[in-house]
Design a protein around this ligand. Structure first.
Ligand code: MF3
Ligand code: CO
Ligand code: CO
Length: 268
């Protein structure tokens, strides 16, 4: 879609205006509110399809649009990725079991602005390994976000995430990345969750993008199932992901998708 706002950098990354932050705030807040609200539903015996139906209702009730319904043929208001599913899990009749960990990813469009966020949840009680994976993944996202400020590079973000995750003896998925967003869902740049410090495009005030690291307990390789969406770890190891939409400010960044309820992780 054409987006005439602001200007493009030499790397093709759009620089938005100060007045554009408010639109992202509103869209991001709705995505975060929905991720707060869905927490009470996540229990053993509940289907991922029923969680998705609740999310679709919330999007509609807010007068917003789901960015994922109709996106490249996708038909749901969320992606729900359980256990060894890395991302793009399709909601359906499958029931959650005690101890399942799941990522719920919601993208909404409010007045043309995109809010994209995901968090981890647990059905019932989480085992120690899963708990550590979820904690490390959330910490990795927040370390990536701490690297967001003008003058730093996208490589600094990836490096912060990768070096931390690998020091915990876990692995960063290479096959999926974060992305620019704003008046569009997926725009340049690809925001890699691994890389070398001081490499890549330089961050500038007014860039909007997601950071959404996927971390595996085992090896980083993934494969996509025959449904053409569901990505799983090749070694069947457990995987986790958190995602925020952020905007670069003069001295750091604003997180558009923080939980208004101050909910931490996994969201309960
Ligand atoms: N929300 C996902 C992201 O973080 C994209 C999902 S696309 C879908 O970029 F079609 F699978 F929903
Ligand atoms: Co995203
Ligand atoms: Co997302």
């Amino acid at each position: 879609m054409d987006d005439p706002r602001g200007r493009l950098t030499k790397d093709g990354i759009r620089i938005y205006e100060a007045s554009d932050f408010e639109g992202m705030r509103v869209a991001g807040r709705l995505a975060a509110e929905i991720l707060d609200a869905v927490a009470v539903l996540v229990e053993p015996g509940v289907s991922t399809g029923s969680i998705d139906a609740f999310i679709e209702e919330k999007v509609n009730a807010a007068g917003a649009k789901s960015a994922t319904i109709g996106y490249r043929g996708y038909q749901h208001a969320s992606c729900i990725s359980v256990n060894h599913v890395v991302c793009h899990g399709i909601p359906g009749p499958k029931l959650l079991k005690d101890g399942d960990i799941l990522n719920i990813d919601v993208t909404v469009i409010v007045d043309g602005w995109y809010g994209d966020s995901s968090r981890m949840y647990v059905a019932g009680a989480m085992n120690r390994k899963a708990e550590r994976l979820v904690q490390v993944t959330h910490d990795a996202l927040m370390l990536g976000i701490e690297a967001v400020k003008p003058g730093n590079t996208f490589g600094d973000i990836g490096h912060a995430i990768q070096s931390y995750v690998e020091a915990q003896r876990m692995s960063v998925v290479r096959d999926f990345c974060g992305h620019g967003l704003g008046r569009v869902f997926h725009a340049p740049p690809n925001v890699l969750h691994y890389g070398r410090a001081r490499s890549g495009a330089v961050l500038e005030e007014g860039m909007f993008f997601t950071i959404e690291p996927m971390v595996n307990l085992g090896r980083p390789e993934t494969k996509v199932l025959a449904d053409d969406w569901t990505a799983v770890t090749r070694d069947k190891s457990l995987s986790a992901q958190f995602e925020h939409s952020v905007g670069v400010t003069a001295d750091g960044c604003e997180i558009f998708t923080l939980s208004p309820a101050g909910r931490f992780h996994p969201t309960r």
